[in-house]
Design a binder for this molecule. Structure first.
Ligand SMILES: N[C@@H](CCC(=O)N[C@@H](CS)C(=O)NCC(=O)O)C(=O)O
Length: 407
């Protein structure tokens, strides 16, 4: 019996995956991105009612400022729809509509608001019967509003991204730049000390949302591109406790990106060279059945687009020396099914190196096509554009395992 016969069909994989996760996305055939997230609160809307908020955001879901707005919408349970803007080719209607021409922008019941901070404040103002992200106590409310302003004006973001992304710094400038960042992180440490609990004020608030996408990106990228760690750094115990507290919020897990996405973005978008290995994949995420099933569900549901993309862009077609591209397509399909099956069944899956692979696994062209497919998809997926960050982590860990079994 060949491996083709032992690996489940896509329909079987999809059915099992969907039993183990409630995560679903809207398909957008022929468009980029090929799927869109479904807001967790959409079911609250009466049928045939338009959501009160329309968010304009970047097609790749890389933008930290868009993440702020999405985070707030999910925390407050406000139903919304998304319109994606290709930042490399912004449509004229968008640049005519939004004076800064930047994302994010929103329409709240038809009224345009732009600048992430102003959007967050407008959402607080307009949706008063949703969980508040500004404290009710007037004094604390004023402190919180000031802290929200401070995130933009304290110079933290400028200092942090200079240290992370500036390519021309010599070693003395790097040392100085690191010291500047540390001084800013010390200020954040002190701000976190002012109220009891892990957040900036006594409850989770807009201040946490303003910082979250940026601290996340810095914590993921500084170790790889600068050899500097915020997480686990004893100098910043409160920031570390804050990361732990943010991790407990379900909305955060819907909107965040995983550290691999963040690392790849810096290389692709800013051309940075890694000086250290990526952080290890989070095993809590990669082992969680909910995330594994979500990754398998995404792969199965989106398989046609995925296979098309692999055939077009991974170079795998070069293996079709005799022009037999259908055999290559079959090999790509087979290895993706094997990956999806591994995501669902873990070590019970008949992996190729285990000796149970049958004749297909020994065909060098099939094996090579499988290796190319897996190596390509590992870093092709992007969270939260294609799936949640937890699912993306499970996906990458499973790729590593299946890939290692090929030879
Ligand atoms: N201050 C703005 C910053 C927004 C921003 O910089 N957005 C970037 C994406 S991360 C953008 O739209 N870039 C497109 C461009 O610069 O043309 C906010 O808070 O909303």
């Amino acid at each position: 019996m060949s491996l083709q016969d032992t690996v489940s069909t896509w329909e079987q994989i999809l059915e099992t995956a969907q039993k183990n996760t409630s995560a679903r996305r809207v398909r957008r055939p022929g468009q980029s991105p090929s799927t869109a997230p479904i807001p967790s609160s959409l079911h609250k809307l009466p049928p045939d009612t338009a959501p009160p908020v329309l968010i304009y955001r970047d097609t790749n879901s890389w933008c930290p400022f868009c993440e702020r707005v999405w985070f707030a919408l999910e925390e407050k349970g406000i139903p919304f729809e998304t319109e994606f803007i290709d930042l490399s080719n912004k449509p004229k209607w968008y640049t005519d509509l939004v004076p800064t021409a930047l994302v994010p922008a929103v329409k709240i019941e038809g009224e345009l608001v732009y600048e992430s901070k102003d959007i967050l404040l407008a959402l607080e103002e307009r949706f008063r019967d949703t969980p508040p992200l500004l404290p009710e106590n007037p004094e604390e409310n004023a402190v919180t509003r000031q802290l929200v302003e401070d995130v933009e004006t304290s110079g933290f973001l400028g200092v942090a991204y200079k240290f992370l992304r500036e390519k021309t710094l010599d070693s003395q400038e790097l040392t100085n730049s690191q010291a500047e960042l540390e001084a800013k992180l010390d200020e954040i440490e002190q701000a976190l000390a002012k109220y009891p609990g892990p957040f900036f004020v006594s409850t989770f608030s807009l201040v946490d949302i303003m910082y979250s996408p940026h601290l996340d990106r810095l914590a993921a990228n500084l170790p790889v591109y600068r050899g500097y760690h915020i997480k686990g750094n004893e100098r910043f115990p409160r920031i570390n406790a804050w990361f732990e507290a943010i991790k407990k919020r379900p909305a955060y897990h819907r909107v965040r990106s995983d550290s691999t996405t963040n690392n790849l973005l810096l290389r692709r978008r800013f051309g940075l060279e890694a000086i250290a290995n990526p952080l290890p994949l989070d095993t809590a995420d990669s082992e969680a059945i909910e995330y594994r099933a979500e990754a398998a569900e995404r792969l199965s549901d989106n398989r046609e687009a995925a296979i098309g993309d692999i055939l077009k862009n991974s170079g795998v077609q070069a293996l079709a020396a005799d022009g037999n591209t259908s055999a290559i397509k079959e090999a790509v399909d087979l290895h993706l099914r094997l990956l999806a099956e591994y995501l669902i069944n873990g070590n019970d899956t008949p992996l190729l190196g285990g000796g149970t692979g049958g004749k297909d696994s020994r065909d060098p062209i099939v094996a090579a096509a499988g290796a190319i497919t897996l190596a390509y998809v590992r870093n092709r997926i992007c969270a939260p554009r294609d799936m949640s960050a937890g699912a993306a982590t499970a996906f990458r860990a499973a790729v590593d395992k299946v890939l290692a079994s090929i030879y």
